[in-house]
Design a binder for this molecule. Structure first.
Ligand SMILES: C[S@@+](CC[C@H](N)C(=O)[O-])C[C@H]1O[C@@H](n2cnc3c(N)ncnc32)[C@H](O)[C@@H]1O
Length: 234
């Protein structure tokens, strides 16, 4: 088992400064996906709630979820200092410091208490190998949730080295060209797909969720190769 996932400080697939623009260009439906995650959370949570945001990155979801939900308090966790410094800037600019706390590190570095009412992992777990590390990641999240808490997972999924996956990659190349992603960035995205992205088939996603202690799974989003699932901690 490896605790390694791609390092967004040393070897980022996209640098922290260009992340927000590139995420919107490179991932079909990126903003709509975050809106759907927010809707899922609203439908599960009371007006007052504490949320654990795993892989918070540049704070895209932190800011979106905090605005309009003044009684939600969030802990954003991420190992990347570069990504978190951009998140911190946005939090200050938007006056959201009372609602959002940042923690640099991994989920297993967090204390077991307090327990959270909901957690999200958006575009994070596909950077973790399926050698026991994905399961450990999900179990660490489950350990920090109340029973019945909502957990939202959004990840690239699919099985590498299959015809279906190759066809999806070729579709994505066309999409990126259409979206005017510079050719050298397309090369970097494809390289990181080969070396640091570990998608798994949807059946394996569901199996891991179940093994980690989650049930009642509903798929709420698909953007070509990105899937979004909402589950409940058993
Ligand atoms: C593609 S960004 C996603 C950012 C944000 N969640 C979004 O929706 O755009 C992935 C983030 O996950 C972080 N990350 C990578 N491995 C992680 C891990 N094992 N635990 C938590 N975060 C991790 C990276 O540092 C990076 O900031």
């Amino acid at each position: 088992m490896s605790n390694q996932s791609i390092d967004f400080d040393k070897n980022p697939p996209v640098t922290s400064n260009e992340y927000d623009n590139m995420a919107r260009i490179a991932l079909p439906g990126y903003d709509a996906m975050h809106t759907m995650v927010l809707s899922c959370l609203r439908s599960h949570l009371a007006e007052k709630a504490n949320l654990l945001i795993v892989g918070a990155g540049t704070g895209m979801e932190l800011v979106k979820f905090a605005q309009g939900n003044q009684n939600w308090h969030m802990l954003g966790v991420d190992p990347s200092a570069d990504m978190l410094s951009i998140a911190q800037e946005k939090i200050q600019q938007q006056g959201l410091s009372e609602q959002i706390t940042l923690f640099r590190g991994y989920i297993h570095d967090l204390p077991i208490h307090p327990l959270y009412d909901a957690a999200t992992s958006i575009l994070v777990m596909h950077f973790i190998p399926d050698d026991g590390s994905k399961l450990a990641f999900l179990q660490s999240i489950a350990q920090r949730l109340h029973s019945s808490a909502a957990f939202i997972l959004v990840d690239v999924f699919g099985e590498k080295n299959t015809r279906e996956f190759e066809r999806t990659v070729s579709f994505m190349k066309e999409y990126w060209q259409e979206m005017k992603v510079p050719p050298e960035k397309i090369v970097t995205l494809l390289e990181s797909l080969n070396t640091g992205v570990y998608p798994i088939p949807e059946a394996r996603v569901l199996e891991l969720l179940q093994q980690a202690g989650f049930g009642d799974v509903i798929k709420f989003y698909t953007g070509i190769w990105v899937g979004g699932w909402v589950a409940s901690k058993k």
